[in-house]
Design a protein around this ligand. Structure first.
Ligand SMILES: CCC/C=C/C(=O)SCCNC(=O)CCNC(=O)[C@H](O)C(C)(C)COP(=O)([O-])OP(=O)([O-])OC[C@H]1O[C@@H](n2cnc3c(N)ncnc32)[C@H](O)[C@@H]1OP(=O)([O-])[O-]
Length: 720
C-alpha cells in the first residue's frame, strides 16, 4: 500500500492504493513504517510523501467508517507523527488531495502541487468534519475566514487558488496535454529539489499546529451560520464543523483537537452521516448491474439529437460541452434557429459568469451542426429523439431513423412514461433501442434514467451507460414500466397529496410538511413550476380524466387539478396555479379562489373536511412513495434499493441527509411503515397505492432490513 525508496538521500514514501489512494489502515501503517525507516537512516536528509498513480490520497477510506477500522492507528495520530518528525517532510500533490489527504498535507512541513490538482475538505458532504486535525490546522495556516468557508462548504478548490490562499508553498506547472506519468515525474523532481534545498533549515514555523490563529468577531460566525442554514438546509455537519473551526481560534491546538474529536464522534454515529455515506457509494454503484458487462459498450463519437426544443437543445449541450459532435435536427427552420440560439445563450451565460472562457465556449459551439435533414444522421453512432411525448409520434420518428441511420447506430428515445418495447417495435433493431430519460433542464440535471426494453442488448445498455457517464450524468438503469422508477413512484406520492386536499388540507399545508421534511419544495409548488398541464396530459393518456372511463373501484383524486387547467391555472408560467404569483416571481401565495375550489370539490365528492396533522401528511405522502419503491424492486424494475435512492435524490430533490426513500424506510423501520400502510389502506380501500408490496410485507414480518437483504441477494446471484 506504500513503497519506500531513496533518491539523492531523500526518502520517498509513495502511497499506492488505487484508484484514489484512500488512506486505509494498510496505507497508514505504510506511512508510519516509512517515517520510522527514514528517521533511523542517517543518510536520509529529508522526506517526500507522494501519491502513486493518478492522485494524492482523496481522503480517509470511507469504507472503514462502517467497519470500525478507521479507529485503529487513526489518521490524526499518523499526522501528528508526520508533523513531529525531525527531518523536513515535503508533500507533493497531484490529482485530488481531498479530506484526510489534504489533512496529511497540512501535517507536512512543505506542500507543493501540480497546477492541475485540486484540494479540498469535502467531509461535510459525508455528514462528518475534517476530523484529522483539518479544522484546527487549516485556520492556523490560512486564517479562520478562508478555512471556515472551505470546511463548511466542502467545496474543493483549484491548486492555483490554494496557492493564493497560502495552503501551498509552490506550484509545479503542468499543462493539460501532459500525461499523468509526466505530471508525477515532474512533481517528484520538484519535491526532491525542494527537500534538498530545505534539508538543513529549521522546522520552526513549519509545523502548522504551532502557528497562531487570528481570532475573528462573533459577527463572522453568526453570518456564516446563517448562510450555512440557508445553503445546506437540514444538514448538521456544516454547522458542527463551524463550531470546531471556532474552537481553533479559542483554544490552544491540543484542546482544539479534543473539541474537534468530540464533535467528530457525535457526527460519526449520526443518521445523517450514515445516509450521506450510503449515497456516496450508491452513486458509484449505479454502473454495477448484475449481468451487464460495462466493458462491452461501444465508443460513441458522433451523436444526433432530434427536436431543437428546450429538451433537445439541453441534451445537445451535454455532448458538445465534452467535445462530441452533435447533429441537431428539427423540422422547421424557425424551431431550429430558436434551439441554436438557446444553446448559444447558454454558453454566453457561462462566459459571462466566468464559468468558462470565450475560447472554450466557441470550441464547444463548433461541435454543433444544426440541420433540417434526417439524412445528416446517416453516420451517427447514437441518436436521441426528444420530440413530443406521444407514442405514435415517437414510433414514426424511430421508424424513420431506422431507415436512415447505419445499422450499428443506437436509437434512444427520451420519454418519461412511454413503453420502450412499443417504440422499439417500429424499428428492425429493437436490440439497439433504449430509453434515455433526461430530466429537465437536461443540461443541468445530472440524473438519467436509462430504460432497457425487453429486447435491448447488453452492448446497447453498456454503451449508453458509459456515454451517460462521459457527459457527467449519473445514469441509473431501470426497467420498462409506466413512469419507469422516478415518475412511477411520483404518482402515488402525488395522489396522496391530492387525496389530502379532498379530505381537509390545502396545498400550502402539504407543501410545508414536505419542505420541513427536507424537500426543496412541496409537490404543489413543484407542479406549478413544471406546469400543471403536464399532469393533465398524463392523466388524459391514462384515460382517467373522463369519469365514464375511470375504474369505479379506484379513488379519483385529481378533480381540482383538472379544473385548475380548465381555468388556465397552469402554474408559474401563467402566474396562477395552485398558488398565485406576482409577475416574474416564482414565490407563490395561497390563493382564495383555489382554496374555495378545493372546499367546493370536497363537498361535491362527499368528503367531510377535517384537520389533518403534519404527521399524517408526511406519512401518507412518503409511505405511498416507499411502498411503490418496494414494488419496483420486487418486479425487477429497479435493480438495487440504492438506485431508487439516487433517482429520488438527483431527480426529485429527496433530502440527501435522509439517504433517499429506501434508505429512509430502513431507518424508520419496515414494520412501522407496513403497519401504517395497512391502516391507511383500511381507511381508504379504493386507493391501490395502499396495497402493500409483497417484499415489504416479507421483510416487515421477518424483521429484516432492506439494504442487508438486498446485498445478500445480489451476492448470492453473482455466485451462481
Ligand atoms: C478520519 C476522519 C477525517 C477524514 C475524513 C475523510 O477523509 S472522508 C473522505 C473525504 N474524501 C472524499 O469525500 C472524496 C471522495 N471521493 C471523490 O470525491 C471521488 O472519488 C474523486 C473525485 C476522488 C475521484 O472521482 P472519480 O470519478 O475519478 O472516481 P470515483 O468517484 O468513481 O471513485 C473511484 C473508486 O474509488 C472509491 N473511492 C473514492 N474515494 C474513496 C474514499 N475516500 N474511500 C474509499 N473509497 C473511495 C469509489 O467508491 C470508487 O470505487 P468503485 O466504485 O470503483 O469500487
Amino acid at each position: 500500500m506504500t513503497s519506500y525508496k531513496t533518491i539523492k538521500d531523500v526518502a520517498v514514501i509513495t502511497i499506492e492504493n488505487p484508484p484514489v489512494n484512500a488512506l486505509s489502515l494498510a496505507v497508514r501503517e505504510g506511512i508510519l513504517d516509512g517515517l520510522s525507516r527514514a528517521s533511523k537512516d542517517d543518510t536520509v536528509c529529508a522526506i517526500v510523501i507522494i501519491g502513486g498513480g493518478r492522485t494524492f490520497p482523496a481522503g480517509a477510506d470511507i469504507s472503514e467508517f462502517a467497519n470500525g477500522k478507521a479507529f485503529t492507528k487513526p489518521l490524526p495520530q499518523i499526522i501528528e507523527k508526520i508533523e513531529s518528525t525531525q527531518k523536513p517532510i515535503v508533500c507533493a500533490i497531484h490529482g485530488t488531495a481531498f479530506g484526510g489527504g489534504l489533512e496529511v498535507a497540512l501535517g507536512c512541513h512543505y506542500r507543493i502541487a501540480s497546477t492541475r490538482s485540486k484540494v479540498g475538505l469535502p467531509e461535510v458532504n459525508l455528514g462528518i468534519l475534517p476530523g484529522a486535525g483539518g479544522t484546527q490546522r487549516l485556520p492556523r495556516l490560512i486564517g479562520v475566514w478562508l478555512a471556515a468557508e472551505m470546511i463548511c462548504s466542502g467545496k474543493p478548490i483549484e491548486a492555483v487558488d490554494a496557492d493564493a490562499k497560502g495552503i501551498l508553498d509552490d506550484l509545479v506547472e503542468i499543462s493539460s496535454l501532459e500525461s499523468v506519468q509526466t505530471e508525477y515525474d515532474k512533481l517528484l523532481d520538484a519535491a526532491i529539489t525542494l527537500a534538498l534545498r530545505v534539508k538543513n533549515h529549521s522546522l520552526e514555523g513549519k509545523r502548522v499546529s504551532q502557528l497562531k490563529v487570528e481570532p475573528v468577531s462573533d459577527f463572522f460566525y453568526e453570518q456564516l451560520a446563517l448562510q450555512i442554514s440557508k445553503n445546506a438546509r437540514g444538514m448538521n455537519a456544516p454547522l458542527q464543523a463551524l463550531k470546531a473551526v471556532k474552537a481553533s481560534a479559542m483554544f490552544p491546538f491540543k484542546e482544539g483537537m479534543q473539541r474537534e474529536q468530540q464533535i467528530l464522534g457525535r457526527l460519526f454515529v449520526s443518521s445523517q452521516a450514515k445516509a450521506l455515506q450510503h449515497i456516496f457509494f450508491a452513486e458509484r454503484q449505479t454502473m454495477k448491474i448484475p449481468g451487464i458487462d460495462m466493458k462491452k459498450g461501444v465508443p460513441i463519437k458522433f451523436v444526433g439529437v432530434i427536436g431543437a426544443g428546450m429538451m433537445g437543445s439541453g441534451i445537445a449541450i451535454n455532448f458538445i460541452k465534452k467535445g462530441i459532435p452533435v447533429v441537431l435536427i428539427d423540422a422547421e427552420q424557425e424551431f431550429l434557429d430558436r434551439g441554436v440560439k438557446a444553446i448559444e445563450d447558454y454558453f454566453k451565460g457561462r462566459v459571462k459568469k466566468g464559468k468558462t472562457t470565450r475560447f472554450l465556449a466557441d470550441r464547444s459551439l463548433g461541435y454543433l451542426r444544426p440541420s433540417l435533414h434526417y439524412e445528416d444522421l446517416s453516420n451517427v453512432d447514437l441518436v436521441i429523439e426528444a420530440v413530443f411525448e406521444n407514442l405514435d409520434v415517437k414510433k414514426s420518428v424511430l421508424k424513420h431513423l431506422d431507415e436512415i441511420c447505419k445499422p450499428q447506430t443506437i436509437l434512444c428515445t427520451n420519454t418519461s412514461t412511454l413503453d420502450i418495447d412499443q417504440i422499439a417495435s417500429a424499428t428492425n433493431r429493437p436490440d439497439r433501442v433504449i430509453g434515455t430519460h433526461f430530466f429537465s433542464p437536461a443540461n443541468v440535471m445530472r440524473l438519467m434514467e436509462n430504460v432497457a426494453g425487453s429486447k435491448t442488448s447488453e452492448r446497447t445498455i453498456a454503451s449508453v451507460m458509459q456515454i451517460s457517464k462521459t457527459i457527467s450524468k449519473i445514469p441509473v438503469l431501470v426497467g420498462n414500466c409506466f413512469g419507469f422508477i422516478g415518475n412511477r413512484m411520483l404518482f402515488p406520492y402525488n395522489n396522496q397529496a391530492n387525496a389530502l386536499l379532498q379530505e381537509g388540507a390545502f396545498p400550502h399545508d402539504v407543501d410545508k410538511v414536505l419542505y420541513d421534511f427536507g424537500f426543496p419544495m412541496g409537490l404543489f409548488q413543484m407542479s406549478d413550476l413544471a406546469g400543471n398541464d403536464i399532469g393533465l396530459h398524463i392523466r388524459k393518456a391514462q384515460g382517467i380524466v373522463d369519469p365514464s372511463q375511470r375504474d369505479p373501484n379506484e379513488r379519483y383524486v385529481s378533480t381540482t387539478a383538472d379544473k385548475l387547467c380548465e381555468m388556465k391555472r397552469f402554474g408559474v408560467k401563467s402566474s396562477k396555479g395552485w398558488y398565485s404569483y406576482a409577475k416574474g416571481s416564482r414565490k407563490g401565495r395561497p390563493d382564495k379562489e383555489v382554496m374555495d375550489l378545493i372546499v367546493e370539490n370536497s363537498k361535491a365528492e362527499g368528503f367531510v373536511r377535517r384537520n389533518i396533522s403534519a404527521k399524517e401528511i408526511e406519512e401518507r405522502c412518503l409511505y405511498a412513495l416507499i411502498n411503490e419503491g418496494f414494488k419496483c424492486l420486487e418486479e425487477g424494475m429497479a435493480y438495487k434499493p440504492g438506485d431508487i435512492d439516487i433517482i429520488w435524490i438527483y431527480g426529485y430533490g429527496f433530502p440527501p441527509q435522509k439517504g433517499g426513500p429506501m434508505h429512509y424506510a430502513d431507518a424508520v423501520g419496515l414494520k412501522k411503515i407496513y403497519d401504517s400502510i395497512l391502516q391507511y389502506g383500511k381507511a381508504d380501500p379504493k386507493t391501490s397505492a395502499w396495497k402493500p408490496s409483497k417484499l415489504l410485507e416479507q421483510l416487515a414480518s421477518s424483521g429484516k432490513k432492506l439494504a442487508k437483504y438486498w446485498t445478500k441477494k445480489l451476492k448470492a446471484q453473482s455466485n451462481l
